[in-house]
Design a binder for this molecule. Structure first.
Ligand code: ATP
Length: 208
């Protein structure tokens, strides 16, 4: 028997650090679209899910939590310089976020589409948890200029993170849609255009 196909679409929104994906998602949210932030959800789960905490402690040792609080600095010091360890951490957290996202999707079946926002999506199996992926794209110099106004901005750390991530050129090849947040092409117009396309697509989702 074929599984029942819902009309609701799942849209992924991703982009490099400072590309503007949070701003873009805020605008979609203003249009009434339910937005799930995978990075925030991961933080919540790491802080509150005892089973996940046990798995992280098993892999990274008892320093991973201090009095029940996630020791972000300690974990960051391990994973940021070691892609293997970062993969290991992501592999532990991912199934929990996946289940949480699934629950969010189930709760919002009445909507034409929902959005999952995640910094890392095209690089991992996370891309299979959505139907279509939008890349928010901005030139590196502009991203760095925008981020400079943010509290705790550190140029070296940011460049290191960017070097660890897939290049924007490769992401452009893998995504289905691009929002150019380059200060030249009007952002709201691009978002309104995609909004209309997604609503139309959800009405014909048997064909995607
Ligand atoms: P991160 O992955 O680091 O959280 P992000 O991709 O979510 O970044 P935002 O937080 O949305 O990016 O944007 C980075 C900064 O740039 C924010 O301060 C945001 O207000 C600003 N910004 C984004 N897009 C624009 C724009 N089109 N015009 C002016 N400022 C912008």
């Amino acid at each position: 028997m074929q599984p029942t196909r819902h009309n609701m679409l799942k849209i992924g929104i991703t982009g490099g650090i400072g590309s503007g994906k949070t701003l873009v998602c805020q605008i979609f949210a203003q249009l009434g679209v339910p937005v799930y932030n995978a990075d925030d959800a991961a933080k919540q789960l790491v802080q509150n899910n005892a089973q996940l905490q046990a798995e992280i402690t098993e892999a990274f040792g008892s320093d991973a939590f201090i009095n029940g609080q996630y020791n972000r600095g300690y974990i960051a010091s391990i994973v940021f310089s070691d892609p293997e360890r970062l993969n290991q951490l992501n592999a532990i957290i991912h199934p929990y976020v996946f289940a949480d996202w699934q629950a969010f999707v189930d709760q919002h079946q009445a909507f034409p589409y929902v959005i999952k926002e995640a910094a890392i999506m095209l690089e991992t199996d996370s891309r299979f948890t959505v139907d279509k992926i939008v890349l928010v794209y901005a030139p590196l110099a502009l991203r760095l200029a925008r981020l400079q106004n943010r509290d705790g901005f550190n140029l070296d750390d940011t460049l290191k993170r960017i070097a660890n991530q897939m290049s924007e050129e490769d992401k452009l090849k893998l995504c289905h849609y691009v929002i150019h947040n380059d200060g030249e092409q009007a952002l709201i117009e691009q978002i309104m255009d995609l909004h209309a396309q997604f609503i139309a697509l959800s009405k014909h989702s048997n064909t995607i």
